[in-house]
Design a protein around this ligand. Structure first.
Ligand code: SAM
Length: 285
């Protein structure tokens, strides 16, 4: 098959449409024709790694008995966008410590029973580790009992593996406040110069799991006090968005909070959640 650019294979419109339908059915992610070159670029790497010479051959492999099992994790990783950062949309963490946590703690959450939090669509771990730092610091700096269980999930297994390794380039740690960097990061030396790793005690606070939001039932506990579901919704069709929000609501505890990304909206959905701030919602206590 002709190559679009050096090392980049060409995806026919017909196969793009078929792949798009498959991606939407599996992950809920929209793949409009404008994403063609993005997909070509990302998937061409897999074709080269597998020694395949066309997208048609790749499609056959992906749908075959072996590919369905072995290629699926790579495929799911490549078709989704993992952009994330520590302390992304910092204002959420400020609201969390200023109003949300005091309100939850006043109701005995964190002392009588653990606070349950979920970073849903956690990508490579920056969001849940930020949350773990903020919760741990809140407990230490205010000397309050705050027992918490933090679950972090994503459809991409490679992203979850990177999150579990918890190794990041030093420059990605720049948004982390200096005092937190000293407490929660280990600095690499020699061959690991320029890298940082989340300290073991903080890593132990987060449980990572692969979870596809297109699943009928979410393998996650109910009674969540906090769900961070930020910058994921944006990739889904409206009907899928509404279905996922309805399911996440079922996983919220009464009085639990749902954080969305700053550019996301659930306006017009029959979700029954109370809007506290433009991207912060609460289930009725
Ligand atoms: C842009 S990242 C957002 C990361 C983080 N929440 C943040 O705000 O920085 C979107 C994540 O959603 C995940 N995702 C996409 N489709 C998904 C699905 N069907 N189920 C679960 N996660 C999905 C992607 O793998 C990706 O890691």
């Amino acid at each position: 098959m002709a190559q679009a650019a050096p090392g980049c294979f060409t995806l026919s419109d017909e196969l793009l449409a078929r792949l798009g339908e498959f991606i939407e059915a599996q992950f809920g992610i929209k793949t409009p024709p404008s994403k063609k070159s993005l997909l070509e670029g990302r998937l061409s790497k897999r074709l080269r790694a597998l020694g395949l010479d066309s997208f048609e051959a790749y499609w056959d492999y992906l749908c075959g008995e072996v590919g369905r099992v072995e290629e699926f994790p790579f495929f799911s990783d490549l078709v989704s966008t993992h952009k994330t950062e520590f302390f992304r949309e910092r204002q959420h963490f400020e609201t969390l410590t200023a109003t949300v946590l005091p309100g939850l703690l006043a109701r005995g959450v964190g002392s009588a029973a653990p606070l349950l939090a979920w970073s849903c669509g956690c990508s490579t771990g920056e969001e849940p580790y930020t949350l773990a730092m903020v919760l741990d610091d809140y407990r230490a700096s205010r000397a309050v009992p705050l027992d918490f269980n933090l679950l972090a999930t994503d459809v991409s297994e490679p992203a979850i593996q990177r999150a579990l390794r918890a190794v990041y380039h030093e420059d990605t740690a720049a948004p982390i406040p200096e005092a937190f960097r000293r407490r929660y990061l280990l600095r690499g030396s020699d061959a690991k110069e320029g890298l940082v790793r989340i300290a073991p005690a903080l890593r132990a606070q987060v449980r990572f799991r692969v979870l596809n939001l297109m699943d009928e039932v979410y393998a996650a506990p109910h009674g969540m006090h906090l769900i961070f579901f930020r910058n994921v919704l944006i990739y889904f069709e409206k009907a899928v968005q509404e279905r996922i929000i309805g399911r996440l609501k079922e996983h919220l505890a009464p009085g639990g909070h749902l954080f969305l990304g700053h550019s996301e909206s659930i306006f017009g959905f029959a979700h029954g959640l109370e809007q506290i701030e433009p991207t912060l919602y609460r289930k009725a206590p």
